[in-house]
Design a protein around this ligand. Structure first.
Ligand code: PLP
Length: 381
């Protein structure tokens, strides 16, 4: 797709300096006992895996986690000597792909472990892999019984290639949830069956649960990308993605008239409406719109928050700018849809979702800009 500024209606800026500052903050929290990895799955949460992973590598990250091999290969191309784990596991019959690109599967079942063990037979140096133990998430990983049996009876079978023992927290974003302590206790017990093997437990929220959860390697994702790891607290991370969409038309709507599809919002007074070039095809969910029954999200222009007026369309969103001085919103003005004022967690909440889904779903129609902090590009062209 053509993405030069002259061809686009909205701009997505990824602040790489803030990505790195967020990662460094997390790395400082886990140091010196634990190392900090970076989770760069789903195109580094929508920020662009190749560029973001390289920036994180330059900031000091040496261990990366992706979901599937293709993402791992993207990271491998820019980080030749990094450790890259594939969280989705060892995909059936694909061990050769992992070997070719130096990817480490996170082995999620006894079947995967056996496939990797056989693939390693007769090698002088084993190809490293992680083993994932399910301590309460009930998604991927060995059961506690399977892990205990493996560790106590067959540790020698896996020891040559086992580089990391892993589990995943189910409720870390709710610090007082009892499952956190229970998973910690279970995982500590499991570690005892695999002596000397480094361990990893904490996602972003897990890093904030305290040192006990950091173990040897932390695996933050969303916090690196500016999402709030503990939604009920103030966000300690910096916003990483900002979106500015261009006003394509400003018009007056008379009192009593409907705005947008289904006329879902009726103007309660004569209103000035600005229409911007961005919509649900750009990952701005329909649920963030407004109607006579419900308020929607707010965007930011000319120093003012402005409410969404009516439904979000595929390519357009109407905003009520009646209270903004006319000269501050005209055709060609850029409106902040996401950034330092319109926070990713707030916008996600209005769309009945979470920052993760918003960032990973931003779409491909933006003029995409990477900023290192030295430039703060505001204009489209
Ligand atoms: C996605 C993921 C992470 C990162 O989680 P965040 O909440 O984004 O920090 C860590 N570990 C596993 C297994 C994951 O799937």
């Amino acid at each position: 797709m053509l993405s030069a500024p002259a061809f686009c209606g909205a701009k997505l800026t990824i602040h790489l300096d803030r990505v790195c500052a967020n990662w460094r903050k997390l790395a400082d929290m886990t140091a010196p006992k634990a190392r900090c990895a970076a989770v760069v799955k789903a195109d580094a949460y929508g920020t662009g895996a190749a560029i973001t992973a390289k920036a994180l590598y330059d900031a000091g990250a040496r261990t990366f986690f992706t979901a599937i091999p293709s993402e791992g290969i993207t990271v491998r191309e820019v980080c030749p000597d990094a450790e890259i784990y594939i969280l989705g596991g060892l995909f059936h019959g694909r061990a050769g792909t992992y070997e070719l690109h130096g990817l480490r599967p996170v082995l999620n079942s006894l079947e995967e472990i056996e496939e990797w063990r056989l693939f390693n037979l007769g090698r002088e140096t084993a190809l490293p892999a992680a083993i994932h133990i399910d301590t309460g998430m009930n998604r991927l990983g060995l059961t506690l019984d399977e892990a205990e049996e493996l560790g106590t009876k067959r540790f020698e079978d896996v020891k040559p290639f086992l580089s990391l023992l892993m589990t995943h927290l189910s409720c870390a974003d709710e610090p007082t949830h009892p499952l956190n302590a229970l998973q910690l206790e279970r995982f500590k017990k499991m570690r005892g069956f695999f002596p000397g093997v480094p361990a990893s437990m904490a996602n972003s929220a897990g890093v904030f649960l305290g040192e006990e959860y950091h173990m040897d390697i932390a695996r933050p994702g969303i916090a690196v990308y500016g999402g709030n790891p503990i939604p009920e607290r103030e966000n300690p991370m910096q916003a990483v993605a900002s979106i500015h969409a261009e006003v394509v038309q400003v018009r007056w709507v008379e009192e009593g008239h409907g705005i947008g599809y289904s006329a879902s919002l009726t103007a309660t007074k004569r209103s000035r409406i600005a229409v911007i070039s961005a919509g649900y095809a750009d990952g701005l969910h329909r649920l963030a719109g407004s109607s006579d029954e419900k308020d929607g999200a707010h965007f930011f222009v000319g120093g003012h928050f402005v409410p969404l007026a009516g439904r979000v369309s595929m390519d357009l969103i109407a905003l009520d700018v009646t209270h903004v001085p006319e000269d501050l919103v005209r055709r060609g003005t850029l409106v902040e849809v996401l950034g330092d004022n319109v926070l990713v967690d707030d916008l996600a909440k209005h769309a009945h979702t979470i920052s993760y889904e918003l960032l990973t779903g931003l779409g491909r129609r933006y003029h995409r800009v990477y900023s290192d902090g030295s430039n703060q590009p505001e204009a489209m062209a």
